[in-house]
Design a protein around this ligand. Structure first.
Ligand SMILES: [Zn+2]
Length: 418
């Protein structure tokens, strides 16, 4: 008896009415035979006296692994019969909730694993339960939107849920908590979501950071009258360097394929895009040129091939300089001045910049960016990749909320939700 009690302790079987009878080795898994029995309770129907009757056919309860083996508890439950009205009743245990087949402890384990970045099928496999059990657990997590709160600083971005289907995501800039994940990114979707907040709450928002995606500007202005839009610095620079790179390719294609010009402009593309202040002065042997050159000297050679390349390279580098030194007046002064003589590729970018001038100036003057939300977005991608077959957007969203908003809190809190 002592020994068995010790085992029930080890298995965390807290119900003292459960007695272990045997443990069978089934090769692939262990089977614990157990009995649930206690003194007859009062009849729930007539409050009369009940008596012990027989045992129910053993119910199979999947349990946590024991010593590395999948484990199944075969629990025989006592049946009671009322002496007065004849009603039957099955013994109850807190091991498994009434009308449930999964032990409470296993449910807690599922909740824990949902926080980790595991696919739902992997969780089901590890705990020997069905995927639908895991999904049912997932659905128990409810994330209510607090309509009385919006942060002063907010970040907006998007990610793709399925091929060609974009979703909208908003994050509290300071706490990093997710505020919204929306199934779609249309103006209507975003408006419907944020209009749930009272105007007074929306007026508290001071800053919204976002990357370059103009359809968001209008809706942001309308919904958040006091908010200033801050474009992400990284994306602004990316815009510029993309134009520079396209221009490099255009010029490269004017040369013969086998010429030195073509081959070197192709090969050293990164040096052209790189901040010229950071070009290395170390000299190495360069097989393409058949001589020893520093990176800076290579750039000089490339620029000597084309006046247009040289002109735009210098313009690009100067813009980068003003941008990194946070000099908006010089940055836009240069753009205005260069616009008429620039190649169409650059003109397009310049016009976009002029149109979004205030948002770019904000980016240069304020210390906010979309970097934190980009990190969140990477996590979302990991979840998406690991959770093959999220056909249902709601389940996907819940999983993201669990992974991102709960992770920061204590696991205890999650367990208390069960
Ligand atoms: Zn009765």
């Amino acid at each position: 008896m002592e020994q068995l009690h010790f085992i029930t302790n080890l298995l965390n079987l807290k119900d003292l009415n459960i007695t272990l009878i045997d443990c069978l080795d089934q090769g692939t898994h262990k089977e614990l035979l157990a009995k649930l029995d206690y003194q007859p309770p009062q009849c729930p129907a007539c409050a009369g006296k009940m008596a012990k009757y027989d045992f129910q056919k053993a119910s199979k309860i999947p349990y946590l692994e024991v010593a590395g083996f999948k484990t199944l508890i075969k629990l025989k439950k006592r049946r009671f019969k009322c002496k007065d009205c004849g009603k039957m009743r099955v013994a109850e245990t807190d091991l498994v909730k009434k009308n449930h087949q999964i032990p409470v402890i296993l449910n807690q384990k599922i909740a824990q694993k949902l926080i980790e970045k595991l696919s739902m099928t992997a969780i089901a496999e590890q705990l020997s339960v069905s995927t639908s059990t895991v999904i049912r657990k997932l659905k128990e997590f409810q994330f209510k939107t607090d309509l009385n709160f919006l942060p002063a600083l907010m970040s907006w971005d998007e990610f793709s849920f399925k091929k060609g289907k974009m979703s909208f995501v908003a994050q509290d800039f300071e706490s990093g908590n997710l505020l919204a994940i929306l199934d779609g990114r249309t103006q209507a979707t975003i408006r419907n979501h944020f209009l749930c907040y009272h105007r007074k709450i929306r007026e508290r928002v001071q800053i919204i950071t976002m990357d370059m995606f103009s359809p968001y500007y209008d809706i942001a202005k309308k919904l958040f009258p006091n908010a200033r839009i801050v474009l992400d610095r990284f994306h602004i620079v990316q815009h510029l360097s993309r134009a520079m790179n396209r221009l490099r390719i255009q010029i490269m294609n004017q040369f013969e394929r086998k010429s030195l010009e073509y081959r070197t402009v192709k090969r050293y593309w990164q040096l052209i895009l790189q901040d010229s202040r950071k070009l290395s002065d170390k000299r190495f042997y360069r097989p393409t040129f058949r001589m020893h050159l520093t990176n800076r000297e290579i750039v000089q050679k490339l620029l000597s091939y084309s006046e247009e390349l040289k002109h735009h390279y210098e313009l690009y580098q100067l813009l980068l300089f003003h941008f990194q030194e946070k000099q908006p007046d010089e940055f836009f002064g240069l753009i205005q001045e260069a616009l008429p003589s620039a190649l169409p590729l650059f003109q397009t970018v310049f016009r976009t910049f002029i149109k979004d001038r205030d948002k770019i100036v904000n980016a240069l003057e304020l210390p906010y960016s979309n970097a934190k939300l980009e990190a969140t977005n990477n996590l979302i991608k990991v979840i998406k990749r690991n959770a093959f077959g999220f056909r249902n957007f709601d389940n996907f969203r819940t999983r993201i909320f669990i992974a991102l908003n709960i992770k920061k809190e204590k696991t205890n809190l999650v367990l208390s939700r069960c």
